[in-house]
Design a protein around this ligand. Structure first.
Ligand code: G3P
Ligand code: CA
Length: 225
């Protein structure tokens, strides 16, 4: 059962930052989850929202900001918004990196970056799982590179996640923990899928999903797993 730090260790450090990802590893996470968008100059940046407003001292749509403009922003006065490359470098090739395609048109550049790390830096496909709520982005990834491991995110229905997973030859479903039952976890696993559930922070909920034998728990508090 993998312990996966949500946006790093969001319960301890500002989400989706290098200190947050480092904290997750310090707390013995087996992997990290992060959100990506593409900025105006084409680079992949790690940030949850479509705008810089909530998490940085700046504002504006990520898609309308250049990488230099994004790098000039600050989170909690001193932390930069990381690029996806910076996070992959920090994580290394001994963990699972769950890249959530949050922004649109992210599948192609993410595929290229994964390929680069596999070809040049000794990472493997097993180091990455690309998840999304957006079927178009998952489909695009499947068309561009079917070797990339896909995870179907769902906050509404496990049945729909299973349907999409089958259509896209996904490796995993990522349902919200409130959707899980022992039966649907088993059903997914019998179909050959992993079940990575989010965002499980309370001890009672962690105990419950552990009883269902999920394959991974995405949490803001990796020390609680
Ligand atoms: O990937 C699981 C979870 O991160 C999805 O929701 O809003 O935290 O990106 P959100
Ligand atoms: Ca996410």
């Amino acid at each position: 059962m993998l312990n996966i730090g949500h946006r790093g260790a969001k319960g301890h450090e500002p989400e989706n930052t290098l200190p947050s990802f480092q904290k997750a590893f310090d707390l013995n996470a087996d992997g990290i989850e992060l959100d990506v968008h593409i900025c105006k100059t084409g680079e992949l940046v790690v940030i949850h929202d479509f705008t810089a407003d909530r998490t940085t001292n700046g504002s504006g749509a990520i898609s309308e900001l250049t990488l230099s403009e994004i790098k000039a922003l600050r989170i909690n006065e001193h932390i930069e918004v990381p690029t996806l490359e910076e996070v992959i470098e920090l994580a290394g090739n001994n963990c699972l990196i769950n890249i959530e395609l949050k922004g649109r048109q992210t599948a192609k550049p993410v595929s290229h970056l994964i390929e680069k790390y596999i070809l040049e830096k000794d990472y493997g496909y097993e180091n990455f799982i690309v998840s999304s709520f957006q079927r178009e982005e998952l489909e695009m990834m499947y068309i561009i590179n079917p070797k990339v491991h896909l995870g179907v995110l769902s906050q509404a229905s496990v049945a729909q996640a299973l349907e999409w997973a089958s259509a896209l030859s996904a490796k995993a479903i990522h349902p919200h923990f409130s959707l899980l039952t022992e039966e649907n976890v088993q059903q997914a696993q019998k179909s050959g899928l992993k079940v990575y559930t989010w965002t499980v922070n309370e001890i009672d909920d962690i105990e419950r999903v552990k009883m269902y034998n999920v394959d991974g728990i995405i949490t803001d508090f990796p020390e609680r797993i």
